[in-house]
Design a protein. Structure first.
Lengths: 179, 1022, 461
């Protein structure tokens, strides 16, 4: 049956960063480095492009602001104009606060759900979870994973390569779990 | 039609309480229109109406019949009272549901007659207005006539007849009366209240004929007996003086509260205020001097007030005489040693100066002798007073009462008929009327509620409210006016006349026929009486006076009998006064009156011993401290209340409280002062001693700080007092007439003081530019003007508002929590000498700001502005954040903290105005400018295809205000009264510097002070 | 390199933000050990029981309130707002520390905040929940509270967007939502840790569900970090705006003592002040109960005390300025409002406020007070008493004597005001204790970043 890919453990953040550089230089694409916390410099080491999340958030914020100001203007000018304290219908200074709040609200949603979208979560099942040892990656372990979908992927070569750059307890993970 | 259904089903709907169930069947109401019946029903009904009121038609039957008549409207309108009565406004036949009808009638009040107009909604009387055609009310009203609606619908009213506690039929009483009639009436006595009814007069004469040796006694605890006796001393016979205040430029009141609790106050207030309306700085006004011991409404309106204990009134009077003598009046002032008091001197000079249009009024605390002297002086000063004859049946005679009591003591009285009144409660304590009643075999008591006296009587008969019965009354100057029923008796009650007829004639007569007959033969002796009668019913009054003003010549009255009642050191004089709310106690079960903040004291739900601040300090007494007052070995306990302007020697006690009767509202409210009141101290008594008790009693005053009294809290001593003093000139702008002449624009000064930046308009501070798009220059724009110069602070507006707008009564506890609901608040500020302060009165309701602070802060837009510039509340939209109330600088918004109307008895619900929706819990409410009246007028005008004209709309407060201080109308109509008022140079906006541009503005208060007596200069100027 | 080296470095480089021999492993064990305890410590159980009983008090009081109406409270005319609004502002204020610590200090790269931010954020969440209760229940017709929302309806009834109460409503709800998202986002990797350490199936399932399948891959960290940064970025102006908007409930009115432009900054400062006070109280309690003295170190308390000194002094400055302006404006109503605060019948409230908010923080100039734990604990509680009185002074004293002396009155709370207030403490602590029991009270991910070896560049090259 099909394999998901191969994982290897590294000692500490610096080791992980070195490994990442070498894997990148070796021309691998579909690989990832797992750590309990974001490790500085990994993005460059892995040669990742800047995240697009920023634009998403910006757009959401803009929509929120427009919606906020639009709603208030529409309500007070066209939907149900009322003489309140003899203030003008279009009392824009009063509208700014809600406009701002909705901008913040929308961009916050943008940030969180955008992040989830880019990270393809929630995804409760993942082949990586089949490895017992890998579970320590969320507390104190540092792992590299190379997926079988990578064009340069060849099980033996990759295994040797990982050993060469200092990977430990190397594991080959199947796509489905079997007892 | 459906409207009728909704309005009235409620009343017949039976509820849990059995008691209620009974009366719900007794209402003169139809049961919705469920059973619309055929024309023959209606014929039956017409026959019915030939029968007399007490016909044997079953009530239920009657209901459906009335229903029939309504259903077949156009045939003949709803015959609620069976006889024909003529609607005041439109005499056309038939009832249009939802359109109120106005019937003229008369409110008998002691020996006076107050002409009223009663607004009937769907044949249900709900509101009282003054009758413009009537000389005593002149279209105005007072607190009592406004509140009487609630008396009518009092759920605690007695029902039917009872003999020894068992229900009996009317016929049983008739039998009893017959039995007396058949006997020679030995040991018969009738005890009545004061009345001016011509019919009663006739009855009295016939009574005297039928029972030559029976007693006819008239007694009221509050009365003018001494006045009449004094006039007798002066002019040879008892007469009723009629003070034509409109012709008096100088008025001196010696203890007379003619603007407050004294009789004929509507007339007096109106005529007094009439001469206090200033067009501009060149207008003139009358001047009021008051000599009094306790701050009354009259004293509060005085231009100069002299604080003298009642015991010393006589010496003031004597000094006045001697001063006047110097100035050429014929008084025997031999005995007088003048302390030549500047005040009295000045008054005397002015009286002489204004000879012919000056008047001296004596209060009812004065002795007969003093009244005689005053009458004599008035006569020499050619005071504008008309004297009208009095008949014996009219007024209290304590002599007669004394005789009656003697007889009762001897057991000489077998049958005592007490018609109205409550002698057990309110006769002088030393008579011990209750014990005397034990010696009487049969006692019949007619009263609206089963009260103290009823408990000692074996017969009890429910008394009809004047809404329910035929009757008549007569004004002081002899204009007979008719009382016509608005509704069938709710509780099978009877009137005085109905009780007396079988007694006097030994047989029944329909009161209607009887009265009509008397009018025909004795009053309106006209060829075509029917038309005259209809006209009388229509107008409520007969236009020909029965009495003629008497010419008087005063004999010389000696001053020797005028002696002072000296009060010793650390003793006090106790003065008994009628309560401005309860009067003599008759209104004890009236929630509106109980909760109405009294003028000056602002007390609700209680009476108190009014003491001066210096006494309070001397005895170390705080408000609400219980006092034990002893006079002539009789003792009462009552809490103290400190009042500015109270005399050091005087303790003023309000009568009418501490009732012990079947009244759910008034039972046990306040403290009964009658036990202290003995025959020799009916009006006041000196030599009282006061013991300060430990316990304190919570008194619910609605205005805590007089601004003179400091709240005794650490660090804050007089902090509130001083600040209040600083603000008075700015809130209630005022000047003396002379200052006004010198500075016609003085009202402006106070504003500029607080403007942040001189030379800039308020609107320059608006963050909105350009200016808002609301154009108030078009259409009707409502506005109001309140003239502080003529406003006396009598409370009539406040209670009229309550009646018109269904304002709930919240009870003492809630008032203590500061949650009273009155839409109109009467503010009093005191300035100057605490013992004789200047009072500034100001009635404050929502001022309808054009830039209303309350509106912008409402999160749900429940309060907004109408196109005609009224600040409106959408009750149904309100969620009750109370932010609007917080942000209202005038603090005129009232919040329903609870569901205050939840347990309003069904009977009381009938008193509610159907044009105004009830407010539920959690909703904000406030003055609406009586918008329902605005709409009503607008609809009426459009139906008549015409424009609204000034005067079409009268707000409830405006209509009631006897001083005519309130003007309401269209400020866009340059000719309207309100525009004129607002153009006057005294016009100012309360807190105008806040830039709220209120629609209600005030006309500054002008005091016509005599330069010779001015104590504090340049009040409003700086 | 050897463990020894790391440890020695750990002590030096992490400027006492972590004490003892800490490694990734120890941190993970220490922190996730707490929610993994079989039995909760006895103090926790007692506290939880107390909290629950207070919640029941709240439920009872609320029921009676809804049945009878706000009349059961001490509010009257003219004091239309009483404890309800005071408590609302007070809780919102407390709710400020959380986002401030996580967001602003994050932007300033103050990594000492890493050990207290989770704590503070959680506190914020429950504080804001308590706050949000009050605007809902203080109104006259509670069942219509939803009319605050702009809900389209057939009557075309819309809120009045000019009303500060509506601004307030939007601000606080936005603040709550954003704080919730921020808190949860920060929690995801830690949830993953707990998932991976979970022994029982149920725990694994539940934590797994909320961990959303986090795998700690750098392709995830990349977006995650950006999202977190941006959240911090937008939460910063938000946290500053919220209390400014709350302050406009007063500042926009025309009541002397309310109508002042100084309110926004002064409210924000006050909020941070009280917020840190509350964090301080809770941290001190937690570190002693769960002996996390090596994670919540003296140096943390010291730093918090310094911030309290700063904000407390800003507040004190505002008090002075208020008086100065009241006098300088020459507006007699304004000046009286302030004299009445200091000397009027409620002088005691005013001086309690002054002593707790102005005098007390001055002790924090001295390190020995900043590091004296019992003193800090008492001080932190006094701070919030002081801040409560500040709101009392503003709400009640301003209302009870404004323009018309004829309408002046006094205010006193009823048993029901007190019951509701205590009840919200129940809600707050119930929530917070559950958090301590089932979630990592410190952000493991972030605190690991405090360790030097978390930085690839450290060590030998």
């Amino acid at each position: 049956m099909k394999t998901y890919g191969i994982i290897a453990k590294f000692d500490d953040p610096s080791a992980l960063v070195h490994a990442a550089e070498q894997i990148k230089d070796a021309g691998f694409k579909n690989f990832d480095c797992h750590s309990p916390f974001p490790v500085h410099g990994l993005d460059d080491a892995m040669g990742l492009k800047r995240s697009k999340l920023g634009y998403v958030i910006g757009v959401c914020g803009l929509i929120g602001a427009l919606f906020g100001f639009g709603l208030q203007t529409w309500v007070h000018l066209s939907e149900y104009p009322m003489n309140i304290s003899g203030k003008p219908f279009f009392a824009y200074p009063a509208y700014f606060i809600i406009t701002f709040e909705l901008m913040v609200l929308f961009s916050a949603f943008g940030a969180v759900f955008g992040m989830m979208y880019f990270n393809k979560i929630p995804r409760l099942h993942h082949p990586l979870f089949y490895s017992e040892k890998f579970s320590s990656v969320t507390s104190d372990a540092f792992y590299v994973s190379i997926e079988s979908s990578d064009p340069k992927y060849d099980e033996k070569e990759v295994e040797d390569f990982l050993k060469k750059i200092g990977g430990k307890d190397i594991e080959i993970l199947k796509d489905e779990y079997e007892e | 039609m459906s409207q009728i259904k909704n309005k009235n089903q409620g009343f017949v709907k039976t509820n849990h309480n059995g008691e209620e169930k009974v009366n719900s069947h007794q209402f003169g109401y139809w049961k919705g229109l469920k059973d619309i019946s055929s024309t023959d029903d209606y014929d039956k009904y017409l026959k019915q109406s030939e029968h007399h009121e007490d016909s044997n038609v079953s009530r239920r039957n009657f209901l459906s019949l009335v229903a029939a008549s309504v259903a077949l409207a156009g045939l003949e309108g709803c015959k609620k009272p069976v006889q024909k009565i003529i609607p005041y406004v439109d005499a056309e036949i038939g009832t249009i549901p939802g359109i109120p009808k106005y019937y003229a009638s008369t409110m008998p009040f002691q020996n006076n007659a107050i002409g009223v107009l009663i607004e009937n909604h769907d044949e249900r009387p709900v509101k009282v207005e003054g009758n413009e055609k009537h000389p005593t009310s002149l279209g105005k009203s007072n607190t009592f006539s406004q509140a009487t609606v609630l008396d009518m619908y009092d759920p605690d009213r007695a029902r039917g007849l009872k003999l020894d506690g068992k229900k009996v039929a009317w016929s049983d009483y008739v039998k009893y009366a017959k039995s007396i009639y058949d006997s020679n009436g030995e040991g018969l006595a009738v005890l009545l209240q004061e009345s001016s009814s011509p019919t009663l007069n006739v009855l009295r004469d016939n009574f005297a004929k039928t029972y030559p040796n029976a007693d006819w006694v008239v007694y009221d605890p509050i009365n003018n007996e001494n006045l009449y006796l004094g006039i007798k001393k002066a002019f040879g016979k008892k007469m009723q003086p009629y003070n034509r205040l409109e012709n008096a430029q100088t008025i001196l009141s010696i203890g007379s509260d003619f603007l407050g609790c004294d009789d004929n106050n509507i007339y007096h207030t109106k005529k007094f205020a009439q001469n206090r309306k200033l067009e501009n700085e060149n207008s003139t006004m009358n001047r009021l001097y008051v000599v009094e011991s306790s701050m009354t409404l009259t004293g509060a309106n005085a231009d100069h007030r002299l604080n003298v204990s009642v015991g010393e009134f006589n010496s003031v009077l004597k000094e006045l005489c001697s001063e006047l003598k110097k100035l050429g009046l014929k008084t025997d002032a031999r005995s007088v040693k003048t302390s030549n008091n500047l005040w009295i001197k000045t008054v005397a000079e002015e009286l002489i100066k204004n000879k012919g249009n000056c008047i001296i009024l004596g209060g009812n605390h004065l002795s007969a002798e003093a009244h005689a002297v005053i009458a004599m002086l008035n006569n020499q000063l050619v005071a504008p007073i008309d004297y009208y004859p009095l008949t014996k049946s009219h007024v209290t005679s304590s002599k007669d009462l004394g005789v009656l009591c003697k007889k009762m003591e001897k057991g000489a009285v077998k049958n005592l008929i007490i018609l109205g009144g409550n002698p057990v409660y309110n006769t002088s304590a030393d008579l011990e009327f209750a014990t005397l009643m034990k010696n009487v075999e049969n006692i019949v008591h007619l009263s609206n509620i089963y009260d103290e006296t009823s408990k000692h009587s074996n017969w009890h008969i429910a008394e009809s409210h004047f809404f329910e019965t035929w009757g008549d009354a007569m004004t002081y100057d002899g204009y007979p006016s008719v009382i016509q029923p608005q509704i069938r008796p709710l509780f099978q009650s009877k009137s005085v006349i109905e009780i007396l007829i079988p007694l006097v004639y030994g047989k029944e007569k329909r009161s209607y026929d009887f009265i009509k007959d008397i009018w025909k033969r004795k009053i309106a002796k006209q060829s075509n009486f029917e038309n005259t009668w209809n006209k009388i019913l229509h107008n409520g009054i007969y236009n020909k006076a029965l009495l003629k003003a008497q010419g008087v010549r005063s004999r010389n009255v000696s001053l020797l009998s005028l002696t002072d009642q000296k009060t010793k050191e650390n003793q006090f004089e106790v003065v008994f006064v009628a309560s401005s709310s309860m009067y003599d106690g008759r209104y004890a079960n009236n929630g509106w009156l109980q909760e109405l903040p009294k003028p000056i004291t602002h007390l609700t739900w209680d009476n108190a011993a009014l003491i001066s601040m210096s006494v309070a300090k001397q005895l170390n007494v705080k408000n609400g401290q219980m006092l034990e007052i002893t006079l002539n070995k009789k003792t009462v306990k009552i809490p103290a209340w400190i009042v500015p302007g109270q005399n050091k020697k005087t303790i003023t006690l309000e009568l009418g409280y501490g009732r012990d009767f079947n009244g759910r509202v008034g039972h046990g409210v306040g403290f009964n002062m009658y036990p202290l009141r003995t025959t020799k101290s009916m009006r006041y008594g000196s030599g009282a001693t006061v013991k300060v008790l430990k316990e304190k009693y919570p008194l619910a005053g609605t205005q805590d700080h007089y601004g003179l009294e400091s709240d005794d809290l650490a660090l804050s001593k007089s902090l509130s007092a001083d600040e209040t003093q600083n603000r008075i000139p700015e809130l209630v702008r005022q000047a003396t007439l002379d200052e006004y002449k010198d500075h016609p624009d003085f009202v402006k000064h106070a504003v500029e003081k607080h403007l942040p930046d001189k030379g800039r308009e308020l609107k320059d501070y608006s963050m909105y530019n350009p200016e808002p798009e609301y154009d108030y220059s078009k259409g009707h724009q409502w506005g109001m003007s309140i003239d502080l110069t003529s406003c006396t602070g009598c409370n009539a507006c406040s209670i009229a508002c309550q009646s018109e707008n269904n304002i709930p009564v919240v009870g003492k506890q809630q008032v203590l929590n500061g949650r009273e609901m009155h839409w109109i608040r009467i503010d009093n500020y005191f300035s100057g000498d605490p013992d004789n302060p200047e009072v500034s009165t100001q009635s404050v309701a929502c001022v309808h700001c054009e830039l209303a602070p309350c509106e912008t802060v409402c999160p749900v837009a429940a309060t907004t502005h109408s196109t005609d510039g009224v600040n409106q509340m959408a009750y149904n939209r309100c969620v009750g954040t109370r932010y609007c109330a917080n942000n209202c600088p005038y603090k005129v918004r009232k919040f329903n903290f609870y569901n205050f109307t939840k347990d309003t008895p069904e009977v009381v619900q009938m008193a509610m105005n159907p044009d105004v929706s009830m407010r539920s819990r959690g909703v904000m409410e406030k003055c609406t400018y009586c918008y329902q009246r605005v709409s009503e007028a607008r609809i009426k005008a459009s139906n008549e295809r015409r424009e609204l004209v000034d005067g079409d709309i009268k707000t409830a407060c405006q209509q009631s205000c006897p001083a005519g201080a309130i003007v309401f109308g269209d400020i866009n109509d340059s000719q309207s009264e309100v525009s004129k008022a607002k153009r006057r140079n005294r016009d100012y906006a309360l807190l105008g510097q806040l830039g709220t541009s209120p629609r209600t503005t005030y006309l500054a208060k002008i005091r016509n002070q005599n330069p010779k007596l001015i104590t504090n200069h340049a009040r409003a100027l700086h | 390199m050897s463990e020894a080296v790391i440890k020695s470095r750990a002590q030096k480089n992490s400027e006492e933000l972590l004490l003892g021999d800490q490694t990734f492993t120890t941190i993970t064990n220490d922190i996730s050990g707490i929610p993994e305890q079989k039995k909760a410590p006895i103090q926790w159980k007692l506290a939880f029981a107390l909290a629950l009983s207070l919640v029941s008090v709240f439920v009872g009081a609320l029921g009676y309130l809804i049945w009878e109406g706000v009349g059961i409270w001490g509010v009257n005319a003219p004091i239309g707002w009483g404890w309800a609004i005071i408590n609302f502002v007070w809780w919102v204020g407390i709710g400020h520390a959380g986002t401030l610590i996580s967001a602003i200090l994050h932007l300033f790269r103050q990594n000492w905040r890493n050990s207290i931010n989770r704590f503070a954020e959680t506190m914020t969440l429950f504080a804001v929940i308590c706050a949000l209760i009050f605007p809902g229940i203080h109104i006259g017709r509670i069942w219509l509270a939803y009319w605050f929302f702009p809900v389209p309806n057939q009557m075309a009834m819309w809120p009045n967007f000019r009303s500060p109460l509506i601004w307030d409503f939007f601000a606080v709800f936005t603040y709550f939502t954003v704080s919730l998202l921020f808190w949860y986002t920060g929690l995801i990797p830690d949830l993953a840790t707990l998932r991976d350490r979970a022994k029982t199936k149920l725990r694994k399932k539940i934590y797994g569900f909320f961990a959303l399948g986090w795998r700690g891959g750098n392709r995830q960290w990349q977006h995650y970090e950006l999202a977190y940064l941006v959240l911090a970025g937008i939460a910063t102006p938000l946290v500053l705006s919220v209390h400014s908007v709350v302050s406009s409930d007063f500042a926009v009115s025309i009541i002397p003592g309310w109508h002042t432009t100084i309110f926004p900054p002064y409210f924000v400062a006050g909020a941070i002040y009280s917020g840190f006070g509350m964090v301080m109280t809770l941290v001190i309690a937690a570190r002693s109960i769960y002996n996390l003295k090596h994670i919540f170190t003296i140096s943390h308390l010291d730093k918090m005390a310094q911030i309290m000194l700063l904000t407390g002094s800003i507040v004190g400055y505002s008090y002075v300025m208020e008086f100065f302006i009241a006098w300088y404006s020459g507006n007699p109503y304004e000046s009286y409002a302030f004299i009445n605060r200091a000397l009027g019948p409620y002088w005691w409230a005013y001086w309690t406020m002054i002593s707790c908010n102005v005098i007390l923080p001055q002790f924090f100039w001295f390190k020995r007070f900043r590091t004296h734990v019992p003193f800090l604990f008492i001080a932190s509680i006094l701070v919030n008493i002081g801040m409560w009185f500040e709101r009392f002074v503003i709400v009640v004293i301003s209302l009870h004597r404004d323009y018309m002396p004829s309408a002046w009155a006094m205010y006193s709370p009823t048993i029901w005001d007190i019951a509701i207030y205590l009840g919200t403490f129940g809600i707050f602590f119930t929530g917070f204790l559950l958090f301590l029991r089932f979630l990592p009270m410190v952000s493991m991910t972030e605190i690991k970043l405090v360790l030097p070896e978390s930085n690839p560049q450290h060590g030998d090259h």
